[in-house]
Design a protein around this ligand. Structure first.
Ligand code: IMP
Length: 174
């Protein structure tokens, strides 16, 4: 298996995640913040992000499985793990790894809205605007990237590479 070539190194990611954390900290001071982590790809980003937010907050997890193949989202998703607690009346911040077509995040937003949170915003580490199929506003965005398939820092290709400490691109044949 080839080592993915680096797109964003660990230091660059860490600096941006700290900035996002500070911004979230300012915006959510005094609010009842619930971080909803979308499994599995967001677990590394979320782990770093929550440690950059010095506020009282709670964390819950939402597990999804896409019916697409390894590199294409179909937008048809199955809930594999639901939230453990109600988010009614809470200020929910959804944490996603990447907004690609936007279909997954749209599904998440529609689903969470039915749970009557007080507010609902989205933090995403990455956005690939070239592949957008639905426009979803990203309130806190790490990086905009080109139309390449990225792995590492929690993101996988057929379940591999999630433990890579940087964001990389697997070249053809890798
Ligand atoms: P969307 O529904 O097309 O926006 O896809 C969202 C989901 O597809 C993400 O949460 C990822 O799990 C996965 N995904 C999309 N692009 C990539 C990528 O470049 N690398 C790894 N996973 C990706």
């Amino acid at each position: 298996m080839l080592q993915p070539r680096s797109l964003l190194d660990a230091q660059t990611i860490a600096a941006r995640v700290r900035e996002l954390g500070q911004q979230i900290e300012r915006d959510y001071a005094g609010k009842d913040l619930v971080i909803v982590v979308v499994l599995c790809g967001s677990f590394v980003f979320a782990a770093d992000l929550v440690r950059a937010i010095a506020l009282p907050l709670s964390i819950d997890f939402f597990g999804l499985r896409s019916y697409g193949d390894a590199t294409q989202s179909s937008g048809v998703v199955r809930i594999t793990h639901d939230l453990a607690r109600s988010v009614e009346g809470k200020d929910v911040l959804l944490v996603e790894d990447i907004v690609d077509t936007g279909l997954t995040v749209q599904f998440l937003i529609d689903t969470l809205k039915t749970r009557a949170p007080r507010s609902l915003k989205l933090a995403a580490l990455l956005h690939k605007p070239a592949r957008s199929r639905v426009q979803v506003p990203i309130d806190y965005l790490g990086f905009t990237i080109d139309d390449v398939f990225v792995v590492g820092y929690g993101l996988d290709c057929a379940q591999r590479y999630r433990n890579l400490p940087y964001l990389g691109v697997v070249d053809e044949g890798g």
